[in-house]
Ligand binder design. Structure first.
Ligand code: CAA
Length: 258
């Protein structure tokens, strides 16, 4: 597999594992991290032997935000012309399901990276926040939009306007996080969750992802119509035949990912 400088890339069964690896900077997201995460995620997305992708950090920090030291010397024209940080959008365009496994700090761009993933599971040590306002900037990787959709206007406004952080319990209550696990179990729980997803029919899981994501992009009527068309399309797959035959024959399905 490709050797990266700021991340580790691994495979566990049908799960691809991307681990942010800038421990001295609390996994601050510089441009190199962005390029490497996108490259790894794109590679895993194309790999027919991968059905789900996990993104994680360290015990202390998932990621403490965009790299402030890298951003500091730039002016408006620098960031406008380079279109900082639009390349992160490509992570949201990955077609296979993605899981963020968050321990420690997930601040600013770190929180935004976690929210770019489809399922967010948190260690009991996780700390979420959008503290950009304290630096004289605002979220730049979708935080003001995705946090608001996840936790509602009042809490998103409060967090973005004050920079206050929330712990894992508050994040779960607010709907940002699907589940909290003990820190020591985070990776094994995330990998088990990912492997469950990865062992479903991958094209069907991709259709689920596309359909759920429609809910954030369209009206209810259009979303329901989209879902119905995709539901009809599942009947053109070998895995629908296999899944329903296996149920009828009282055996586990053996999906062929077609
Ligand atoms: N960028 C660059 N370096 C960072 C960093 C960041 N976002 N966060 C931490 N670091 C570095 C620190 O500078 C420090 O490096 P040195 O040892 O060279 O000084 C190292 O990581 C360890 O950090 P601390 O000594 O600060 O550790 P701490 O335990 O005392 O505090 C913390 C931890 C509360 C997370 C603190 O580091 C912090 O507040 N970090 C910044 C958080 C932040 O503001 N994030 C938002 C960034 S802006 C953004 O993300 C924009 C966007 O939306 C795109």
């Amino acid at each position: 597999m490709t050797q990266y400088e700021t991340i580790l890339l691994d495979r566990k069964g049908r799960t691809g594992l991307i681990t942010l690896n800038r421990p001295k900077a609390l996994n601050a997201l510089n441009l190199r991290v962005m390029e490497e995460v996108i490259d790894a995620a794109t590679t895993l997305d194309r790999d027919p032997d991968v059905g789900c992708i996990v993104v994680t950090g360290s015990e202390r920090a998932f990621a403490a935000g965009a790299d402030i030291k890298e951003m500091q010397p730039n002016d408006y024209m620098d960031v406008y012309l380079a279109d900082w940080f639009s390349a992160w959008d490509r992570l949201g365009e990955v077609r296979k399901p993605t899981v963020a496994a968050v321990a420690g700090y997930a601040l600013g761009g770190g929180c935004e990276l976690a929210m770019l993933c489809d399922v967010l599971i948190a260690a009991d040590t996780a700390v979420f926040g959008q503290p950009e306002i304290k630096l004289g900037v605002i979220p730049g990787i979708g935080g003001s939009q995705r946090l608001t959709r996840a936790v509602g206007k009042a809490k998103a406004m409060e967090l973005c306007l004050t920079g206050r952080t929330m712990d894992a319990a508050e994040a779960e209550r607010a709907g940002l996080v699907s589940r909290i696990v003990p820190a020591a179990d985070l990776l094994s729980e995330a990998l088990a969750l990912a492997e469950t997803i990865a062992n479903m029919s991958t094209p069907i899981a991709m259709m689920v992802k596309e359909s759920v994501n429609r809910a954030f992009e369209t009206t209810l009527a259009e979303g329901v119509r989209f879902e119905r068309r995709v539901f009809h399309a599942t009947f053109a797959t070998a895995d629908q035949k296999e899944g329903m035959a296996a149920f009828t024959e009282k055996r586990p399905p053996s999906f062929v990912n077609r």
